[in-house]
Design a protein around this ligand. Structure first.
Ligand SMILES: [Cu+2]
Length: 483
């Protein structure tokens, strides 16, 4: 199934579509005649970001973003993944509770999709909500591999309960192109609620003294886009006064943290990472770490032609935005910078409720070794960088028990922490306790701490990692193994 951006929006605007294909008995062996519900083709293609900026990269079905895949919770789906490239690939179903052999991480034992080959997979989609599919190969120093390419697309699993009353849905996929390495970066750091912790700064300073050499490479980008179009070059989001539009926003970056604002409007946050939040709340700005998703309703009550865009002038100026146009409004799209706003996950939690106690706790201290591996920063979890040879560091869990991860970040970088095949409940973020917020990625602030709990309810090797491609490729991974 190949659909372009225009039909994607049409589908998004229509009543929930369900993927075709018969529901087959799970126990039966796959008959060769069984037709795939979806076919995904990995191949080099062009992204028409703007007339004078057409980028060549690896894509799903020749388009960016990859086609919106609509699934129904609990209804088995068959997907054929063809790999027309010269290198083995992995396709990860981010945010779904599915078996390790189809999840799409080599560390968990998922087989590669061979170069110029095909792999058929079948799984039962869950849980309902806004998910993602993206490549999961290691890129290392190769900016033509992994999530630096255009291999990402939205997945929507039809929910048991709708997240709220709305007139229509719009999917927004935020993505940078043309990556290059540089020494040092300019990523926003000061937008997360909470204060840096002195003890963690001291640990970080000690590591800096030990690794005195030049700072490791960081990745920057030349071109920025929403739904594969630079600001002003795609179709605007056309709205009517009084409409309630549900935006499903995905940060499909390889490593950037993104912000998004719509002048004169607020976002009512309904779901984080596809999971409804206990306390929907209005915010003026969205902040999304790599692979995070936000579903938010905007009440269209401020007619005009607006730029919905990133707060960073440079990134927005190079394309990170989309025009929102009211029916009957004319003129140049307007942008005004919103007031400074601290992003605080805990405002969406259950007020006054304490998360359940865990059966066991894993403390993890994150340390950066500047430029330690061929000029790249190396990431240490409790003194150990992940190794594919030893599959360490590793944590052992027992099915049915509840585990707490406590992360102590002794680096100045923000880390979007991701656990495969499970959702976790935020317990404490930036010094504030919380409960009831279920996610699969959470930003760990510089010199800050994050605690989350997960129930070991999906046996099989499970990968944990920072979703910053550069960090995960250079040590920031760990295995969670069932006893
Ligand atoms: Cu990281």
């Amino acid at each position: 199934m190949s659909i372009d951006r225009r039909s994607l929006l049409k589908i998004a605007a229509a009543a929930p579509a369900v993927s075709g294909g018969p529901l087959l008995a799970q126990a039966a062996a796959t008959p060769p005649a069984e037709k795939a519900d979806y076919t995904i083709r990995i191949a080099t293609g062009l992204v028409d970001l703007a007339d004078d900026h057409i980028v060549s990269t690896t894509l799903y079905n020749g388009q960016f973003p990859g086609p919106l895949i609509r699934l129904r919770e609990g209804k088995r789906v068959v997907v054929d993944v063809h790999n027309d490239t010269d290198t083995p690939e992995l396709l990860h179903w981010h945010g779904q509770m599915i078996p390790s052999d189809v999840d799409g991480a080599a560390e968990e034992g998922t087989p590669f999709i061979p170069a110029h080959g095909v792999r058929r997979i079948a799984f039962v989609p869950k849980p309902a909500g806004f998910r993602v599919y993206h490549t999961h190969v290691i890129a290392g120093g190769d900016l033509n591999r992994g999530t630096y390419t255009g291999q990402a697309g939205p997945v929507y699993i039809e929910p048991a309960n709708n997240p709220g009353a709305y007139d229509r849905e719009v999917f927004l996929v935020l993505k940078e192109f043309l990556p290059t390495f540089s020494r040092g970066g300019d990523m926003a750091m000061d937008f997360l609620a909470g204060d840096p912790i002195k003890e963690l700064q001291d640990i970080g300073k000690k590591a800096d003294d030990q690794f005195k050499g030049p700072k490791g490479y960081e990745v920057g980008y030349d071109l920025f886009s929403i739904n594969g179009k630079m600001l002003g070059h795609g179709d605007p989001v056309r709205v009517k006064e009084g409409e309630r539009v549900l935006f499903h926003v995905l940060n499909a970056s390889a490593g950037e943290i993104r912000s998004l604002a719509l002048p004169g409007h607020v976002f009512r946050i309904m779901a984080l990472d596809g999971n409804p939040v206990p306390a929907p709340a209005d915010v003026p700005v969205l902040w999304l770490g790599t692979a995070e998703r936000i579903s938010a309703i905007v009440e269209m009550n401020h007619p005009g032609v607006w730029v919905m865009g990133d707060l960073a002038d440079d990134d927005r100026g190079h394309g990170m935005g989309i025009v929102v146009e009211y029916a009957g409004a004319m003129g140049e799209p307007q942008w005004t910078k919103p007031q400074p706003y601290k992003w605080d996950y805990t405002i969406f939690g259950k007020p006054g409720v304490t998360a359940a106690s865990p059966d066991a706790t894993f403390d993890v201290t994150v340390v950066k070794h500047n430029g330690a591996v061929d000029g790249f920063n190396q990431w240490m979890l409790n003194g150990e960088a992940f190794s594919m040879q030893t599959m360490k560091p590793a944590y052992t869990v027992h099915e049915g028990r509840r585990y707490r991860f406590k992360f102590h970040n002794a680096s100045d970088d923000i880390h979007p922490l991701h656990l495969h095949r499970h959702s976790f409940e935020l317990v404490r973020v930036g010094g504030k306790p919380t409960a009831g917020i279920m996610k699969d990625v959470v930003m760990l602030g510089g010199f800050q701490e994050v605690e989350f709990d997960f129930v070991a309810d999906n046996p099989g090797p499970t990968l944990f990692h920072c979703h910053q491609q550069l960090h995960m490729d250079f040590g920031f991974m760990a295995m969670v193994n069932y006893a």
